[in-house]
Design a protein around this ligand. Structure first.
Ligand SMILES: Nc1ncnc2c1ncn2[C@@H]1O[C@H](COP(=O)(O)OP(=O)(O)OP(=O)(O)O)[C@@H](O)[C@H]1O
Ligand SMILES: O=c1[nH]c(=O)c2[nH+]cn([C@@H]3O[C@H](COP(=O)(O)O)[C@@H](O)[C@H]3O)c2[nH]1
Ligand SMILES: NC(=O)CC[C@H](N)C(=O)O
Ligand SMILES: [Mg+2]
Length: 589
């Protein structure tokens, strides 16, 4: 158990008498009412939606996204919301009758890991296409639609992962039907993002093929009369250049009403938090990052001083980070903060551990032990009248849940576990806290928008993400204090140079990874070295679900490489990771 050891920073007036306190912070965690907030129906007007959308949204007919185990199902719903239409994700186990009972304005069939011709693959019942509801199939959903309606799907041996050029096919225009609905207004060749090994070999009867790629001769099709559409690529990822337009063309071409916005999320979540927490005391894991800052701001708005934030200094932080949270963050937001010094416990838990998932679980467990220690400290501080702390607020986002293979449909999940994020899949089984996670169904850019509306300072809202397990998942091999020091020094050089080059906003983040179990021969000062490589992993992304490697200027890379090999003794080689996501992930572990 860890003890809260550096509690003094918790009082903002102690840190700076002029700083606004929790009750009057104008730009901090207590923010002004939102301008232009969309009118929402009374809270609780409908059943809890799977993605926590505002109640007002439920007055619209939904665009249902049927989830076949896609990494991107929620992202599809998110893009529909971005097109101002209300959307919810539903599991593939929902029957056609259940889907239609929701009176959907349209249905989107997601991608998924299965092959439509394999035993046990989730299939689409052909009745769905007879109901007069417009349908868009994406990747697996496209293949499933093709198969259900009499097309041919097979493993062709032509796999496509990452960026590809799609060639639009000419579509005959008639008076009754214009050219392609889905690809209307788009250039003949466009860059699309793909992730498939199967392909549609022939479109079903009645469908027109509207695009092809080198690996997918039938890369898009549509039956304009029945309003059935499909694409092999992923229009929901930002790396598909005209992806959003594909989705908007589908929605508007299918007469799905626009008018839903995400602004109501704040009101909805504040209501939910009040209902969940009542007058109980709450701790919030605060990292200095965007997500926990926004989560804390929402909870602060909902239950005010029932909230205490807990920052865990686990020894896996970057240079200067603990100070930044303890001083700058408290000053900017006026939050009530307890700091837990838990380096010893975390390093002990990581001793001898090299497997990435084991590391993540060990870190997740230690986080909870630290929160428990802090909660016990709070109870002791409050004396007799201090009730136990039952609730833990985390800034969990939807990508954390998806990658952890998390269940968003009440227990079952078809999503593969990519990595256990410490705050989701890494949580210990004996967790005693009830979780409060107001951002669990949102993406980073949505969270940033919520944070900005709540009045959080730009410096916090625009920060690059940094994973909770910190440098612990950027050392490939065992994590030790010495290795952490090496990585911290290399990372500090990279961050300094990126800031100096003015690139903090143009890249999403730039993990620096120490290959601690790899050595290579170098020559320095006429002598032989046998040191470790570090990997630079600069990426661009909008939501961390997909990413591309950032093309950093060569002279900047050269400066970083020279400085690291000069300044960090143990490192004699600097390499650049040029892998997109997929197939790579952003972090190496
Ligand atoms: N050092 C820490 N101390 C306390 N809580 C933490 C710490 N690191 C992470 N957490 C908790 O885990 C959650 C998930 O971490 P994550 O890094 O995804 O979010 P974040 O740090 O809030 O935002 P960002 O993605 O911008 O880094 C956080 O929102 C926070 O609740
Ligand atoms: O708080 C976190 N806890 C974790 O366990 C974790 N793992 C990855 N990340 C961050 O999530 C985003 C996607 O990362 P990956 O492509 O590596 O999955 C990137 O922004 C990563 O930095 C984490 N954040
Ligand atoms: N991303 C997907 O939906 C993939 C669909 C199918 N499993 C394929 O490999 O082609
Ligand atoms: Mg973080």
């Amino acid at each position: 158990m860890s003890e809260p050891t550096r509690e003094a920073t918790g009082d903002p007036s102690a840190a700076d008498p002029g700083a606004p306190g929790p009750d009057d912070a104008p730009s901090g965690l207590q923010a002004e009412p939102l301008p232009g907030q969309r009118a929402a129906a009374a809270p609780g007007a409908g059943p809890a939606s799977v993605d926590g959308l505002p109640p007002g949204a439920r007055t619209s007919r939904p665009v249902l996204v049927v989830d076949y185990g896609a990494q991107y199902a929620q992202l599809i719903a998110r893009r529909v919301r971005e097109a101002d239409s209300y959307s919810e994700v539903v599991p593939a186990s929902a029957s056609v009758a259940e889907l239609l009972a929701r009176d959907p304005a349209a249905i989107i069939l997601s991608g998924g890991p299965s092959s439509v011709y394999a035993d046990g693959a989730p299939l689409v019942e052909a009745d769905l296409f007879e109901a007069g509801v417009p349908v868009l199939g994406i990747c697996y959903g496209f293949q499933a639609m093709a198969r259900a309606l009499g097309g041919d799907v097979a493993r062709t041996g032509l796999r496509e992962y990452g960026g590809t050029d799609a060639q639009l096919e000419p579509v005959q225009e008639t008076d009754a039907a214009p050219g392609s609905v889905l690809l209307d207004g788009q250039p003949e060749t466009q860059s699309v993002w793909m992730s498939h090994g199967d392909a549609v070999r022939s479109a079903p009867p009645g469908f027109t093929v509207t695009a092809s790629t080198p690996g997918a001769p039938v890369a898009a099709f549509e039956d304009r009369e029945r309003r059935l559409f499909g694409v092999q690529w992923h229009p929901e990822v930002k790396h598909s250049t005209f992806g959003q337009q594909v989705i908007e063309n589908f929605l508007r071409g299918s007469d799905v009403p626009a008018g839903w916005t995400t602004a109501g999320v704040i009101d909805e979540q504040v209501e939910r938090i009040r209902a969940q927490v009542g007058d109980a005391r709450v701790v919030c894991g605060l990292s200095g990052g965007v997500d926990s800052a926004v989560a804390a701001a929402l909870v602060q708005r909902a239950v005010g001083d029932q909230l205490t934030c807990v920052f865990v200094d686990h020894g896996l932080l970057r240079a200067g980070e603990a100070e930044q949270v303890e001083r700058d963050y408290v000053e900017a937001t006026g939050v009530d903060l307890v700091v837990v010094d838990a380096e010893t416990q975390f390093l002990a838990a990581l001793a001898g551990v090299t497997d990435p998932e084991e590391k993540r679980k060990a870190i997740g467990r230690e986080f909870i032990r630290s929160f428990e220690g802090a909660a016990a400290g709070l109870v002791a501080r409050a004396g007799e009248e201090g009730a136990e702390v039952r609730f833990l607020v985390q800034g969990t986002l939807y990508p954390d849940v998806v990658e952890s293979g998390g269940a968003v449909h009440g227990g079952t999940s078809a999503t593969a576990t990519i990595k256990s994020h410490h705050n989701v899949g890494g949580l210990p089984d004996d967790l005693q806290f009830e979780l409060v996670e107001p951002l669990r169904t949102l993406f980073k850019d949505e969270v940033r928008a919520v944070g900005a509306e709540l009045g959080l300072p730009e410096a916090i809202v625009a920060r690059q993400p940094f994973p909770g397990p910190g440098l612990g998942i950027r050392i490939v091999g065992e994590v030790t204090r010495e290795r952490l020091e090496v990585l911290r020094a290399a990372d500090a050089v990279v961050r300094e140079e990126l800031t100096e080059a003015g690139m903090d906003r143009s890249i999403w983040q730039c993990p620096v990874v120490l290959l601690a179990d790899v050595r290579s021969v170098g020559v320095q000062g006429d002598g032989r070295t046998y040191g470790h490589p570090v990997v630079l992993r600069p990426v661009s992304s909008d939501d961390a679900m997909t990413a591309d490697w950032s093309r950093l200027p060569h002279d900047l890379l050269a400066r970083i490489s020279t400085r690291i090999t000069n300044e960090v003794d143990e490192v004699n080689r600097v390499v650049l990771d040029v892998t997109s996501k997929p197939p790579g992930t952003i972090e190496w572990e």
